[in-house]
Ligand binder design. Structure first.
Ligand code: AMP
Length: 333
């Protein structure tokens, strides 16, 4: 298989939930063995919202611990903290010199921010896509695993890279494109009957990887269902279908079939069904929760992981930056 250079950022916010794990992180885990992957914890990016200095480090640490527990392997990929690479802001600064106010002001995510947080429209927000471009092209990435909402940012990364190449008449940056892992995007449903599992619908809608067995049982006992099937209607509601979908993932096809049959025969008891699902959810997540606790307690390991990541990513970033500095005309005396 053709090995791609893949770059992806990880936001240092909150704990991972089952949706993040199965929808995103498991793909990263596979990708790291198939491609040349750079995964970074995007703490420079988080500065636009002025995080509390006391929280920033803990948040970075927590995502690092959880990604490692999910299977990211610092030997297989470059897993690093963005702020460990001063090369990134240097490239960001160079790219900023050729980024135009007009094109930055037209970016959809910037316009959203201006609308939603008019009291904090800082220059960092305006140039956010430039920093994203620097993150990506500093490793000469060919692919970036992004959703539809990030397509405009990726387009800008191509624009800034191409512009730099053109202005300095060097072929330094290849064009990065979206990377889709597999054909189908997995969608993990939430517990509140709505759409996908997401923190924006409250903690009761998500199962976090660190949730205790008691909390998982509590959340599932409160999961939304309906009044149950009857002879006239044996098609599950969206809420119940969501729970079936979760069961398929954590319990397997056989048990799902068992409850689907009970449902079709109007014999399902939601209390039992949810209890059974909760136990399987607990079994499914226990190894990860234990791994999180184990890694969390191993400060030495985290220190090593961060150091290895920094070295790997710096090696790649330094090469690119050297080319950029030469292209621009910086020369050693
Ligand atoms: P978020 O932090 O909510 O933006 O999620 C980060 C990434 O996790 C997303 O880009 C998706 O790839 C993945 N993700 C989040 N929620 C779900 C979900 N319910 N089902 C599948 N994937 C998800």
């Amino acid at each position: 298989m053709n090995k791609e250079i893949i770059v992806s950022g990880i936001r240092p916010t909150g704990n991972l939930h089952l949706g993040n794990y199965l929808g995103a992180v498991t793909n990263f885990v596979k990708m790291q063995y198939e491609h040349n992957c750079f995964f970074f914890i995007a703490d420079y990016h988080s500065l636009t919202t002025h995080p509390n200095p006391k929280d920033l480090h803990n948040n970075v640490r927590q995502v690092l611990v959880e990604y490692l527990a999910c299977g990211l392997n610092p030997e297989a990929c470059a897993l690093y903290i963005q702020s460990d690479l001063p090369q990134i802001p240097e490239l960001y600064m160079m790219l900023n010199m050729h980024a135009y106010m007009g094109e930055l002001e037209r970016v959809a995510s910037f316009k959203d921010k201006v609308r939603n947080q008019p009291n904090n429209v800082n220059a960092g927000l305006l140039t956010y896509p430039v920093l994203m471009a620097a993150d990506i092209i500093i490793h000469k990435a060919s692919k970036v695993p992004v959703g539809k909402d990030q397509e405009q940012h990726l387009e800008m990364a191509r624009t800034f890279g191409n512009r730099f190449n053109r202005i300095y008449e060097k072929e330094i940056f290849p064009e990065p494109f979206a990377f889709n892992y597999g054909k189908e995007l997995v969608k993990i449903p939430g517990l509140q009957g709505g759409g996908k599992m997401s923190k924006s619908d409250g903690d009761g809608n998500v199962i976090n990887l660190i949730d205790s067995p008691e909390l998982i049982r509590k959340k599932l006992s409160r999961a939304v269902t309906d009044t149950g099937p009857n002879e006239m209607n044996t098609k599950p509601s969206d809420a119940v279908q969501n729970l079936f979908d979760l069961m398929k993932i954590v319990s397997g096809e056989d048990k799902l079939l068992h409850y689907q049959n009970l449902y079709s025969n109007c014999a399902i008891r939601y209390g039992d069904f949810k209890k059974d699902l909760a136990e399987d959810m607990v079994s499914f997540l226990t190894p990860i929760r234990e791994k999180i606790a184990e890694i969390d307690a191993n400060h030495q390991l985290l220190k090593q992981v961060v150091q290895i990541g920094k070295e790997k990513a710096s090696e790649s970033a330094n090469k690119t930056l050297k080319e950029c500095r030469e292209a621009i005309g910086f020369k050693p005396f």
